[in-house]
Design a protein around this ligand. Structure first.
Ligand code: HPA
Length: 266
């Protein structure tokens, strides 16, 4: 990872203040980055390469709303077969490059029946249902402590800024709890009913490991889900990846505008 950081530092002459992970179908935000410098994950020795559909697989460094940013256009999912350490390699690289804030986006299934397809959900908290934790193993003190606090995993100040920006843009946002599963199979209707009882509002296959790793190294986290489909069993129709990517393409732009504005005010 130190080699990766040195390699990137030799190519960019600034410290990114905010890092942004772009989820399934949400990579379009990277196109709004000014003076972009692209670094493909494939260029970075030992770095994983994302294989998930709708994910490009590169870092985009540049400016967004006057701020220095680093985007991950494409992330690593546990279901791709990566170790948890690989899943969070991007977050740790961004931390080592000096990023203080992390904005995470994802596509998620709506569990809360008040939600509709295309809604943006500001994540207020999460439930780790992945059956593992990104910090298992010997603790690396350069990142953080052995038992990191998760009481404010989704930074309250940043959430407040995002809510203010949404209201100024007249973008309706929902708020709720994200439950992370490993996938890659979607959930069963019985699992979704159980998750609703547990207090989850949306379900997805990412985000939780990255948010844990970011809190470990004391980055401030802000995260959004784009509700690309209603979770299994809510509508009398099967779930498809096409629906997820199609909603991302159609509604992703609104979330992109909200993130752009929020970055400017952070
Ligand atoms: N379940 C899990 N992950 C998802 C979903 C879903 O319904 N939609 C998008 N990602």
């Amino acid at each position: 990872m130190e080699n990766t950081v040195e390699y990137i530092k030799a190519k960019i002459d600034f410290t990114p203040e905010t890092a942004i992970i772009l989820g399934s179908g949400l990579g379009g935000l990277a196109d709004a980055v000014k003076n972009p410098i692209y670094i493909d994950y494939g260029e970075l020795e030992g770095f994983p390469v994302s294989t998930a559909p709708g994910h490009m697989g590169r870092f985009v460094f540049g400016e967004l709303s006057g701020k220095k940013v680093a985007c991950m256009q494409g992330r690593f999912h546990f279901y791709e077969g990566y170790s948890m350490e690989q899943v969070v390699a991007g977050v740790r690289t961004l931390f080592m490059l000096g990023a203080k804030n992390l904005i995470v986006t994802n596509a998620a299934g709506g569990i809360n029946t008040q939600f509709s397809v295309g809604d943006i959900m500001l994540i207020t908290d999460h439930i780790n249902f992945m059956g593992t934790n990104a910090l298992i193993g010997k603790n690396d003190e350069r990142f953080g402590v052995r038992f990191p606090d998760m009481s404010f995993a989704y930074n309250p100040e940043l959430r407040e800024i995002a809510e203010k920006c949404a209201s100024e843009l007249k973008t309706d946002i929902k708020k709720g709890v994200y439950l992370g599963c490993t996938g890659p199979s979607y959930e069963t209707p019985a699992e979704i009913r159980a998750f609703r009882l547990l207090g989850a509002d949306a379900v997805g296959m990412s985000t939780v490991p990255e948010v844990i790793a970011a809190n470990h190294c004391k980055m401030r986290v802000l995260a959004f889900s784009l509700i690309t489909n209603m979770a299994a069993g809510i509508l009398k129709q099967p779930l498809t990846e096409e629906e997820v990517l199609e909603t991302g393409a159609r509604k992703g732009r609104e979330l992109q505008r909200l993130i752009e504005k929020t970055v400017g005010e952070m």
